[in-house]
Design a protein around this ligand. Structure first.
Ligand code: XIL
Length: 356
């Protein structure tokens, strides 16, 4: 399916329309100067980011060029996660993370660090050791401290925002029953922020989760946690909203109100992993709905002084994580598998052009 023959309105839209696919220009595009999301975002004082698939970056030239051209922020989709950086205890593999940080530096992009403490994608030696009892609570706390300190120090001064803890609440607002909570108790969260701050005092330190776009039990749990931690002097500066939406579930309510309450705490906010999936097959109506969802989240961000970073979780359906995880769903990103721009790409460009 080719996506670029979509009805846009307005001058800028016409530009977006004729510049065609992200990597390849259509014939008419030669006469028009290309407008990138990055250029539009810079005028709106916004970092527009994407998750980066390092395998694709290495082998797909269209992907690599678009990553540099369209974005001024990048997040490692996987290569900064614990299972990747310390596959064997005490043996580190920083190759992917180093490469991404270098790629970003060469292109004047900032990097969002993702992620230090999570219940998922942990190294096998760690989960096995906790399970069989060979790693006790005291040792586990030391292991976590060392992990955070080592990784944050390695990229000190090169990471704009770190997702320090990821997905620590359940939907009902209770703390997630992870190995961290089970073995270390709830204080692991404050500890993680203190350790990260000691390792890189300038990086902005974020909480991050999904299903927290609007005001609900889970986002309220974050709000209460952030308020308490900040009152206690714990260095937590940001609230990251992943933004994994699905059109069949509707658009979340009161996103602006949610951002505003974190802003009132003096915190930064960010959309960190936006994608909008749909039940396949794709049709024009679903794509149009998807475009309004992307635009809706971006609109909330641009409407909040605290929100200076908006990241999509991949920009092409070619490498999106969605079909592999949500059976029967997909087409969740801004461009198709052929990098052809979908209505969502046009909607994001138009909203960026409107500014704050
Ligand atoms: C996903 C990646 O996109 C996949 O490649 C990987 O197999 C699993 O993790 N929330 C997060 C991200 O915080 O790290 C997840 O990324 C998607 C959900």
């Amino acid at each position: 399916m080719k996506y670029f023959r979509m009805p846009f309105v307005g001058l800028l839209s016409a530009t977006l329309l004729v510049t065609g696919v992200m990597g390849v220009q259509t014939a008419a595009a030669d006469e028009v100067s290309p407008v990138s999301l990055r250029a539009l975002a810079e005028r709106a004082d916004l970092r527009i980011g994407t998750a980066v698939d390092m395998a694709a970056l290495g082998e797909d030239t269209t992907y690599r060029r678009a990553t540099g051209r369209e974005f001024n922020s990048v997040t490692a989709e996987n290569v900064m996660k614990w299972e990747v950086v310390e596959p064997t205890r005490g043996t580190y593999d920083w190759s992917g993370a180093d490469e991404l940080v270098r790629f970003a530096r060469e292109r004047g992009q900032v990097v969002r660090g993702h992620t230090l403490v999570w219940h998922s994608q942990l190294p096998g030696w760690l989960t096995a050791g906790v399970q069989d009892g060979s790693i006790g609570a005291g040792e586990l706390r030391g292991i976590l401290r060392k992990h955070i300190t080592t990784e944050v120090k390695r990229y000190k001064g090169r990471i704009q925002q770190w997702d320090v803890v990821n997905e620590v609440f359940e939907e009902d607002g209770s703390l997630r029953n992870s190995i961290w909570l089970q073995k270390l108790g709830p204080s692991y969260i404050a500890d993680a922020f203190r350790w990260a701050h000691a390792a890189d005092p300038k990086a902005k330190l974020f909480l991050n989760d999904y299903n927290v776009e609007g005001v609900n039990a889970k986002s309220t749990a974050y709000y209460e946690l952030a308020k308490r931690l900040r009152a206690e002097g714990v260095p937590v500066q940001g609230f990251g909203i992943q933004g994994h939406l699905a059109i069949q579930y509707g658009f979340p309510g009161d996103v602006a109100g949610n951002l505003a309450r974190f802003e009132r705490l003096g915190m930064q906010t960010a959309f960190t992993e936006v994608d909008v999936r749909m039940i396949l097959p794709v049709d024009e109506e679903k794509l149009a709905t998807q475009a309004t969802y992307f635009r809706g989240l971006l609109d909330a961000c641009l409407g909040a002084r605290s929100c200076r970073s908006f990241t999509v979780w991949g920009f092409t359906d070619k490498y999106s994580w969605v079909p592999g995880v949500f059976a029967g769903q997909g087409a969740a990103t801004l461009t198709g598998e052929d990098f052809g721009r979908k209505p969502a790409y046009g909607a994001v460009g138009e909203r960026l052009a409107e500014g704050r």
